[in-house]
Each structure stands twice: as structure tokens, then as C-alpha cells.
Design a protein around this ligand. Structure first.
Ligand SMILES: [Zn+2]
Length: 414
């Protein structure tokens, strides 16, 4: 009895400790604060191909209306329900509310952009899209009249939207203790929200792999498909690879692609006393190893974690923090390659633009991307990495604040 009781007590303490680590807004262990449930969608429930811009817009309109209605439901939910959904017991509620408000407003804007290709009698088009309030009322009416044949798609996509919003709200809830891709700290930081409509850029983190490993295979796949990407390299991995091959073979490996820094080690750069050294050392190795025109002045923090006041340091190094706005979760064992394809398509439909995060040290993206290119045909523009804008998309100019629509990676940062 005594032993059973002490075993039970130990178990309870262990359970308490584990739940503290999972729920604490400031985890004791620095690292990934990602989703506890990964959003999944089933693209096969959508009845039409999405290989053209018009077909993409149609699927995007339907997806955005479901997304907007889901976000609006979440806005009305109690704080207790949101806490349970986000799996955070002391959330930054103001940050969550702010994310919801902004996401609804930007989703309205994206729906308006998708409406440019509306034609008569298209069930995904609502009549008046100018005012957000009117659009919302129409979205509610639209929701009641979705064709019966589409109800399975609708239910599946609503589940996806709810789970995806929970992922994002969780990140918002953990601010400012845990930084991530959810928010930019200044206009020099960059996350992909500002690229052109229906334009997407590919990025791969955590490489390079050992010689003839996953990185090599990923690069071969991209070459075969005529696509480019930014590879955010870990300094330590690059140095290990240089021990086994020379700089010129690495330059050949990344030919036609872009490279940038992911720091020296895969550690939170918000909670590492050596973070500045990590950034400088990696940039120096990249610049001395790879051709100048392939090294972009970008730094992607592991887990998206960097200090809120790190802007001045990055500016002094002529570097921009480069985040992402479409997370493939390709590293996650809870998704297979086909589910990664499904998830990315769903995210592309609701975001309509941006930067997709993959990892070249895992095989899943290599399997998923050819299928993704095939499903989308010429519906979207896969951007050339050399045209990737470096900063948040705006800067002060002679005529006030101007949108950056050229490649500022080529120009000196003020
Ligand atoms: Zn990483």
C-alpha cells in the first residue's frame, strides 16, 4: 500500500511537471513552442482542379469564407474555451485578440483580391465585398446555402481552419515570453505577408546534410523542377560539410539557389548569451565559402526566436530577420508527405501569398513538392529566390512610405 501510494504520488508529480512544461507560457526549456494538434485538410474533397489562376481564386474564395466564419466564432468564444483550444494556461489574451482582429481584417482583403476573377452565378462569390460588415453578413448567408455536395469539404475545411487558428493563437498567446513567426518586432523583419498576390517562395532550413544526403537530393529535385529556394544554413553543419568537401563543390551544389543564415547552432537566439557571435560567425563562413550573389543578407532565427530589441544589432550587421507565414510542419511525424501537400495547399488558399517553411534535412518536402507543383499547375507564381524582397516590404522614401516592389537584397541597407 505504502509503495503504491508513493508510486502514485511520483506519477502525479511527473504528470504535473509535464503539463507545466506543455502549458507554461515561458517554457523552462528554450525551444519549439509549436502546435499540440497539427491542422490537416483533405484536398480531395474539393471537386475541381486548381491548376489555373481562376480555379485557384475560386477555391481560395470558398476557403476564405469558411476561414473568416471560423475566426469570427473564435472571437466570440469564452477565454476558458480559447485556453483549452490553445493549450496555454496563462495566455497573453490581448495578443490573441489582436491576432484574431488583424487576421479577420486581412482575410477580408484577401477575399476581395480573390473576387477579381468572379463570374456570374459562381457560388463562391458574394455580391458586395466593399465593407467588412456587409461581407461578413453575406458570408453567414453563404454558409447556409453551400451546395449539399460540398458539405463534406466544408466540414473538413472548418476543422482545418479551427486547428490552424489554434496553432497561430497559441503562438500569439505565448508572446512576449516566447517569440516566433507570429509577429514582427520592426519593419526590417520580414515574414512573407508583403509579397505579391498568388506569389510564393520556397525556403529550407537546418541544412546542409552530410555529403550525398537529403540536402543534395532536395537540390537535385528543385533543379529537375526548375524551381529555386532560399536555404537557411546552420554554420556548424556547413563547417562539418566543409571538412569533407571543398568550397567549390558546395558552390556547385547550391548553384541557381540562394543561401542565408540560420545561426551557428540550432538554439533559441532569444535565450543564448552567444547569439550575436552565432550570427556573425555564420555570416562570415557563408561569405567566405559561397558566391556573393547567392548569399542573401537574411537571418532566420531557429524556432523564429530572437530578442525583441535585436533590431539595432541586425541593422549593424546589414542583415534582416527573415521569418515565414506558411509552416509546412514537414518535420512533424504526425504528417506524412501527402498530408504536407494538403496542408500547404490549404494554407496557400487562405493566405494567397508568402514564404513556405520546409526542412532539407528531412525527406518529406522532397516527396511533397513535386506533387504540390503538379496539383497547382500554373495557378501560382513560384518566385525566384533572387527576387525575394529582404525586409518588411515598406520603407520611408522621398514621397513618404513606399512599398518595396524591387529587390532590395541587392541594395545596401540604410
Ligand atoms: Zn530550424
Amino acid at each position: 500500500m505504502e509503495n503504491e501510494s508513493s508510486t502514485l504520488r511520483r506519477f502525479c508529480w511527473l504528470a504535473l511537471a509535464v503539463s507545466f512544461l506543455l502549458l507554461s507560457p515561458t517554457p523552462a526549456v528554450a525551444g519549439y513552442a509549436g502546435p499540440t494538434v497539427v491542422a490537416k485538410a483533405n484536398r480531395h474533397l474539393w471537386p475541381d482542379a486548381i491548376k489555373t489562376p481562376a480555379a485557384f481564386d475560386k477555391a481560395s474564395r470558398a476557403a476564405l469564407l469558411v476561414y473568416i466564419l471560423t475566426l469570427q466564432d473564435l472571437q466570440k468564444a469564452s477565454e476558458a474555451d480559447l485556453r483549452a483550444l490553445m493549450k496555454v494556461n496563462r495566455p497573453n489574451q490581448a495578443s490573441v485578440d489582436n491576432w484574431l482582429r488583424k487576421e479577420i481584417e486581412s482575410s477580408f482583403q484577401r477575399y476581395r483580391q480573390a473576387s477579381a476573377t468572379c463570374v456570374a452565378n459562381d457560388w463562391t462569390c458574394v455580391e458586395s465585398v466593399a465593407a467588412s460588415e456587409t461581407l461578413l453578413n453575406q458570408a453567414q448567408a453563404w454558409n447556409r446555402n453551400i451546395p449539399h455536395a460540398l458539405s463534406a469539404w466544408r466540414n473538413d475545411f472548418e476543422r482545418f481552419c479551427r486547428a490552424y487558428a489554434a496553432e497561430q493563437m497559441r503562438l500569439a498567446a505565448l508572446l512576449p515570453g516566447v517569440s516566433s513567426e507570429i509577429a514582427r518586432f520592426n519593419d526590417q523583419e520580414w515574414n512573407g505577408d508583403d509579397v505579391a498576390d498568388r506569389q510564393f517562395f520556397l525556403t529550407f532550413d537546418d541544412g546542409p546534410s552530410p555529403v550525398r544526403g537529403e540536402t543534395d537530393a532536395t537540390l537535385n529535385m528543385l533543379d529537375a523542377k526548375g524551381k529555386s529556394a532560399v536555404f537557411f544554413l546552420l554554420g556548424e553543419n556547413l563547417q562539418n560539410r566543409l571538412h569533407r568537401s571543398d568550397g567549390s563543390s558546395l558552390a556547385r551544389l547550391y548553384q541557381n539557389q540562394c543561401v542565408a543564415s540560420h545561426g551557428w547552432q540550432h538554439r533559441s537566439h532569444a535565450q543564448w548569451s552567444q547569439w550575436q557571435d552565432s550570427v556573425k560567425r555564420t555570416q562570415s563562413l557563408l561569405n567566405s565559402t559561397l558566391p556573393k550573389d547567392s548569399v542573401l543578407p537574411l537571418f532566420r532565427p531557429p524556432y523564429g526566436q530572437r530578442k525583441a530589441d535585436s533590431g539595432a544589432f541586425f541593422q549593424s550587421q546589414s542583415l534582416h530577420v527573415a521569418l515565414w507565414n506558411l509552416d509546412s510542419q514537414d518535420w512533424n511525424s504526425r504528417l506524412n508527405a501527402d498530408e504536407v501537400v494538403n496542408r500547404i495547399i490549404a494554407l496557400m488558399l487562405i493566405k494567397r501569398r508568402g514564404v513556405v517553411l520546409f526542412h532539407d534535412i528531412h525527406p518529406k518536402a522532397r516527396a511533397a513538392l513535386p506533387a504540390l507543383f503538379d496539383v497547382l499547375g500554373h495557378a501560382v507564381d513560384w518566385g525566384d529566390c533572387h527576387q525575394l524582397p529582404c525586409s518588411g516590404g515598406y520603407r520611408s522614401g522621398a514621397a513618404g512610405v513606399v512599398k518595396r516592389d524591387f529587390n532590395p537584397c541587392e541594395t545596401a541597407i540604410p
